[in-house]
Ligand binder design. Structure first.
Ligand code: ATP
Ligand code: MG
Ligand code: MG
Length: 580
């Protein structure tokens, strides 16, 4: 793996390791705890996207690099929006990215809903201790009394009701005696705080809703800001890392931990929250609501459409877990917001695949090439390295494919009237001979003519070949040509569906400043073609990746490929322009 670059989170962890801040801890079973315990805490209310990959790589990466461990915890406190389907896809995506929550002490997969009993017990304690109360204002009154930023809020008329009365109400809330919204439990902090999150934040609310794990056991649910610090502490998290928008929530995070650890509910030292800036990638949207809109309105073909920024989409598009890890490492961890260009994600993929993707020939826009002096019905075996010679670890592997009289070449590799500097195929004219090019890994040919249909479309190109020019033979050195084109034998080619994907949006910031992101949709983000491929690609298995020479990186679609009948997705083009 790439050497770990330094960042402020590593600095904090290294300082804590030196100071022994989280040394010599034991869990509730008396098992020793590592000095670095992080967690990735998704809410199971949708599919993970590229931004989550960043958080996963940061949290699991720090645990890996400092011999700690990282928990996968579902923050499932919003029963209406959460589903088992999302739990399953999130688990799959984290695994696919290459991370694991198992270590020699067991599986560290957790659910906030497993803590509902404890969360409830702690809330009763806070009420009893006069640190929380049941508020019975309407939602409107509560919002009005909370006040705006810059002015002070007003205390609720219920703020000073006796603890015993609040406790009784809380128990009746739990017993289901009230409707949603009739009462709420709030921490008693400071209605005049300049930090709005400290103006008596809600900690429990009534929701008569079925929960995907606890069923109908509860009709009250803890709030995220209350649940999160407690879950972290119960799991002995040391460094609780989140994105910058939670900075203003940290004082409440600390408030909860301070009071509950002082009362002996939670072990000390308590976790600390640290914030870093979220990952924003150009040409991508990550808002769950907007992603859902793309799916629901049929703009894309589902959550795993290869144009989507979801991890299931990115995977299906052909990105590798290694390329995402490399990308996340390179984009660093900072406290300043910014945009990362999509090209750096694409660059990471090319870098990852260049040494390890087998090469293959694929003709995407076919044009017939007839070698007039090649014997009818004959074939000659050609061979080429599976991997480029720049990667000698694979240098010996060879692939074989036949050449015959009729081939498919790319339409772009022929010009009836060549422009200046065009070294590929063009026919003889009054002042110029027909061009000579090498058929890669085959013979040198000379263009002799072409055919057109009634509409003026070129339907075939004719040439002659030089039998002593075959690549890898002695005679080949006698032919110096500037053009070098790929091809497949028409009679042997594998006809396959290929999907040419491009960026989903034409605007680098499709939804910035409240813009209508649908106005920036790229109409050419998906094109389905029938291509002619090197015959051996018939055996490609789902998720096998190749470099189609001169075209880019392609993956056999993991859903639609069938044995003997792969379907390919273009992941990215080659950075290099076409080889002349
Ligand atoms: P929402 O709150 O809209 O449901 P979310 O993106 O916050 O969406 P969570 O499931 O709460 O979703 O996210 C899990 C973790 O991933 C959080 O710690 C969050 O900070 C982190 N995360 C989400 N988006 C990004 C991003 N773009 N860059 C880095 N981390 C992110
Ligand atoms: Mg989320
Ligand atoms: Mg969230």
């Amino acid at each position: 793996p790439a050497p770990a670059s330094s960042n402020f989170l590593r600095g904090i962890i290294e300082t804590d390791l030196t100071a022994g801040s989280y040394a010599d801890r034991k869990d509730s079973q008396g098992q020793p705890l590592p000095p670095v315990v992080t967690r990735f805490p998704p809410e199971p209310n949708g599919y993970l996207h590229i931004g989550h990959a960043k958080s996963i790589c940061v949290n699991f990466g720090l645990a890996r690099d400092y011999a700690g461990r990282c928990h996968l915890r579902f923050d499932d406190t919003n029963p209406e929006k959460e589903e088992q389907e999302y739990v399953d896809t999130i688990i799959d995506s984290v695994r696919w990215l290459g991370f694991d929550w198992k270590d020699n002490t067991g599986e560290h997969l957790y659910f906030a809903s497993n803590y509902f009993d404890k969360l409830y017990e702690m809330a009763e304690y806070l009420i009893t201790a006069g640190l929380a109360y049941v508020d019975s204002q309407s939602a409107e009154q509560m919002a009005a009394n909370r006040g705006n930023f810059g002015e002070v809020g007003k205390n609720s008329p219920f703020r000073d009701r006796p603890a015993a009365e609040s406790l009784d109400l809380f128990r009746r809330m739990k017993a289901g005696e009230f409707k949603d919204g009739e009462h709420i439990v709030r921490a008693k902090i400071d209605m005049a705080s300049p930090n709005m999150n400290l103006r008596d934040p809600a900690i429990y609310r009534i929701r008569h809703a079925h929960h995907h794990r606890t069923g109908d056991k509860w009709c009250i649910y803890p709030m995220y800001d209350y649940t999160h610090p407690i879950s972290d502490a119960l799991e002995n998290i040391s460094h609780s890392i989140c994105t910058l928008e939670f900075q203003d929530h940290r004082p409440f995070y600390d408030w909860v931990l301070e009071h509950l650890s002082a009362a002996g509910f939670l072990q000390k030292p308590v976790p600390h929250q640290y914030e870093f800036s979220r990952l924003n990638v150009t040409y991508v949207i990550t808002s769950k609501r907007k992603l859902r809109q793309l799916v629901d309105e049929g703009i894309v073909d589902g959550w795993d459409d290869p144009r989507m920024s979801t991890l299931v989409g990115i995977r299906r598009r052909g990105f590798t877990p290694e390329s995402l890890q490399l990308f996340c490492e390179r984009t660093g961890v900072t406290k300043s917001d910014g945009w990362i260009d999509m090209s750096s994600l694409e660059g990471a993929l090319r870098e990852d695949l260049d040494p390890k993707a087998p090469r293959a020939n694929a003709v995407l826009r076919p044009l017939k090439l007839v070698i007039d002096n090649f014997p009818e019905g004959e074939t000659v075996d050609c061979q080429a390295p599976v991997y480029p010679p720049a990667h000698p670890e694979h240098a010996t592997a060879l692939r074989h494919f036949p050449i015959s009289k009729t081939l498919w070449i790319e339409q772009e590799d022929f010009m009836e009237t060549p422009v200046k500097g065009y070294f590929r195929l063009f026919p003889p004219s009054a002042d110029k001979a027909g061009s000579r090019v090498r058929l890669r890994h085959g013979y040198v040919i000379e263009c002799t003519g072409f055919e057109k249909d009634a509409d003026g479309k070129v339907t075939a190109v004719h040439c002659t070949y030089f039998p002593d020019s075959k690549s890898g033979t002695e005679g080949s050195a006698n032919y110096k040509v500037k053009g070098n084109i790929h091809w497949v034998s028409a009679a042997h080619a594998l006809e396959a569906e290929v999907r040419l994907y491009d960026r989903l949006f034409t605007d680098p910031h499709p939804d910035a400043g409240g813009k209508d992101f649908k106005a920036a949709l790229n109409p050419n983000a998906k094109e389905v073609i029938t291509a002619y491929l090197e015959p051996s690609l018939k055996d490609a298995k789902p998720e096998d990746r190749y470099q189609f020479e001169r075209h880019g990186y392609f993956v056999a679609d993991r859903v639609d490929s069938k044995p003997g009948k792969p379907v390919f997705n273009r992941t990215v083009t080659l950075k290099d322009s076409w080889v002349k």
